[in-house]
Design a protein around this ligand. Structure first.
Ligand code: SF4
Length: 352
């Protein structure tokens, strides 16, 4: 029996350049460069690398006027929409808008008062570009209502900021409410999702290195997505941003929300395994990174339980001692010597 499809919260769609976020648009994968934005060549190189692995929107830090001045040269050479990340200085938001960015990420509460927020919102409105109100648990106003949880405080502040932007007749809004703590993140997003119509950028902030950060992010982002919440995702990792994009697509693929590239099924190995399956699965995974077509590949460790999964995949192998049975779309198509496992599998995958 097929599992029920996830029913997504319908948010108000907005556009960042050529990419729609919200409504019934696919959930968008984004990341952030860690190259110095002032170094135009390095930033372009990194964005292009991220485009190649599927990144659909990129955010760059704009810490000073030199970084804002670099934006036009960067945008000329990349194909995906670019968002400027602004903290504290509203003049950098204005400079980024003038430089042609497709969107802004800022916290209206930390750019210096109502007049400055107004100036930025007016400029964004003139250029028709959205603003993400990006709140983090660590950057909430110090004094707030007693008795509220951190998630409730984030939601209260976000709703106030939404109201502020709406009072300026601006509705190209996207919201993020991130915390390191997964239950806090889930509580905040679940709560705000019912209270306003705007699209949600979801993620778990400062999630850590890939080993633990991918798990933390997958639990947080995956839970929200399964509840139908989230229009765009970023996996925040202490790593090269390409790892964020890989992880984001794996989360979406695991919930059948997006397809990109192969899915690898491999067994956990046990006392029945008679080949070095861990090495084989790692080698196949590495080879599969070069492939963009959606295909399910299974690498199984024995001829007892292995054939079931191997048959279920587009291409599968159930490995016994020195030999493996090869399957294509459920049909046995041959027996392969151990030394030929990888080359044979890759040939079948390429020809599939
Ligand atoms: Fe063990 Fe075979 Fe299952 Fe792999 S497929 S875990 S080798 S029983």
């Amino acid at each position: 029996m097929c599992p029920e499809a996830i029913s997504r919260r319908l948010s108000k769609p907005i556009r960042f350049g050529s990419v729609t976020i919200g409504g019934d648009a696919p959930i968008v994968v984004q990341s952030m460069t860690n190259a110095d934005t002032r170094d135009v060549k390095a930033t372009i190189r990194q964005i292009k690398e991220l485009e190649e692995v599927g990144c659909e929107i990129i955010r760059v830090a704009v810490p000073d006027t030199e970084a804002a001045a670099a934006i036009p040269a960067i945008m000329k050479k990349v194909s995906i929409p670019l968002i400027a990340d602004i903290h504290f200085d509203y003049r950098l938001a204005l400079a980024s808008i003038r430089a042609g960015v497709n969107g802004l990420r800022l916290n209206p509460g930390n750019i210096g008062g109502l007049e400055r927020v107004k100036a930025v919102v007016l400029a964004a409105k003139e250029r028709d570009i959205p603003i993400r109100i990006g709140l983090n648990a660590g950057s909430l106003p110090k004094a707030y209502k007693l008795g509220q949880t951190i998630a409730q405080r984030m939601v209260t502040v976000a709703l106030e900021q939404i109201k502020l932007l709406e009072s300026m007749d601006f509705d190209l809004i996207k919201i993020s409410l991130k915390a390191f703590d997964v239950p806090t993140t889930i509580e905040a997003y679940r709560d705000i999702a019912e209270k306003m119509p705007y699209p949600l950028h979801i993620g778990v902030t400062e999630a850590g290195t890939p080993r633990t950060g991918i798990i933390r992010s997958s639990v947080g982002i995956g839970t929200l997505l399964y509840m139908g919440i989230g229009d765009t995702i970023r996996v925040s990792l202490t790593a090269h941003p390409r790892e964020e994009v890989f992880a984001a697509f794996e989360i979406l693929k695991s919930l059948d929300l997006r397809q990109r590239g192969p899915v690898l099924v491999s067994c956990p190995t046990c006392g029945r395994t008679e080949v070095d399956l861990i090495r084989l699965a790692e080698a196949v995974e590495k080879e599969l990174q070069k492939i963009t077509k959606p295909i399910k590949v299974a690498v199984m460790g024995c001829a007892v339980n292995g054939p079931g999964e191997a048959r279920d995949a587009d291409i599968g192998i159930a490995c016994g001692k020195g030999k493996g049975i090869l399957f294509k779309k459920g049909e046995k198509i041959g027996v392969v010597e151990e030394k030929d496992f990888i080359t044979t599998l890759m040939r079948e995958i390429e020809n599939f």
